[in-house]
Design a protein around this ligand. Sequence first.
Ligand code: SF4
Length: 492
Amino acid sequence: MAHSLSKSRIAAFEQCSRKLWLMTQRPELAEENAGTRARFASGHVVGDVACRQRPGGVMVEADPDLSAALRQTKQLLADGHNGPIFEATFRFEGVLVRCDILERRVDGSWHMVEVKSSTTAKPEHLTDLATQLWVARGAGLRVGAASIRHLNPAFRLPESGDLSGLFVDSTQMEAIEPLVEERGAVVEAARMVLEGAEPSVVPSSHCSKPYDCSFRTHCLAGQPSAEWPVEILPHGGGRRLARMGYTDLRDVPAELISTPGHQRIHRATVTGTVEHDALGAQAAMANWVYPRIWLDFETVSEAVPQWAGCGPWRQVPFQFSAHIETAHGVIDHVEFLQTDGADPRRACAEALAGLPAQGSVIVWFEKFEKDRLAELAKDFPDLAMALASLRDRVVDLLPVARDHWYHRDQRGSWSLKRVLPTIAPQLDYASLDVKDGAQAQDAYREAVAPDTSPERREELEEGLRNYCLRDTKAMIIIAKSLSQDNFANLAH
Ligand code: SF4
């Protein structure tokens, strides 16, 4: 019997034949990660808003099953329903699709709309739309237009909370016709995969493009593993070496490594010796002026903006930690955290404006903090001067670490969380309740939820405070250690 397929299974097949096979034959091996869950959650929120913006629409329910959805769709069309239809369901050649929105056009044909939570139409969206169009047409629907309805990057929520203008249609009818043409062959190829044994596709860069695959653990388990895989070379530096047959970086001759950055990583990995240039680090930080303000933000970013003036996916700071070092080793701590669910920007901007008006502002990866300061300055003109002054004084510790420190346990990364354990292992993030930025966002969302108890909110706040404080403390320790002559030899 031919395997039935769906839009998501065809999309999986187009990413990787093994993914389709595993999804269908061994779904229990999937491991959902936080990123996938967050992507689905924002997709649902955006989909709901898109439907609410089309009043008079009818939702096709898959209750008790998809056969009911097929019947209801058929009935609505037979009855000459003129308003929008949500989740209209069609089957053709054993492929079942549910269309986000169908809208009647003046000529009586239908406008097929696929709603996305991104701010652009992406190639993978077009193949999804093409699959839907192929199926709906095959099932007899007259489709006159097909669009990706994505978030409008220029949208800013007005005071009224009015979401009209949140979406923009990217019309794709002509662009997807070649993709529609090839759907029959794609479906046939997908079926052949399902009739065979598990494909022996080797995990590679395709496993995260366009979506993170949830079968990585399973696929990697069957792979020969290297202790120091060549892929730790950043910016795809290991791909060429992998193609040449190398798996472990230690086996690669030095003359095959071309860039100075990769050469350092290679050297440290082969010898196990830390690469540390204390004099260089001292020189790089020599002009950082006291009081030194060690600053870090935590932000929340939502597809559908909730506060006036914000656009889709705006990073809104709800917390910061600032260690203020008035003289070498003399340090105060200032922090801000708002978890009452109200717009935190004004209070955050005021607290920032209260930081010292002189001195260097030290961050890790300056673009992020500079962008947040610039956005807040634009939001609150009365505080703009103080915020612009902070922004102008930002200096970045990341390139100092990148250029003057490498321990092979960083495995090719200079993220704060990778560098810190190589310098101060006792300050690792593993012991914290909130361990990274994604968990901080989750904790914030739970804290502001109306049904969260005061006790739980306090717990979450404590976790957030400890996490953000750890980031700024980590910067101080890293800077101090990098400047210390002979630190690498003393510590390792
Ligand atoms: S982990 Fe990679 S190789 Fe394995 S199924 Fe997913 S995409 Fe395919």
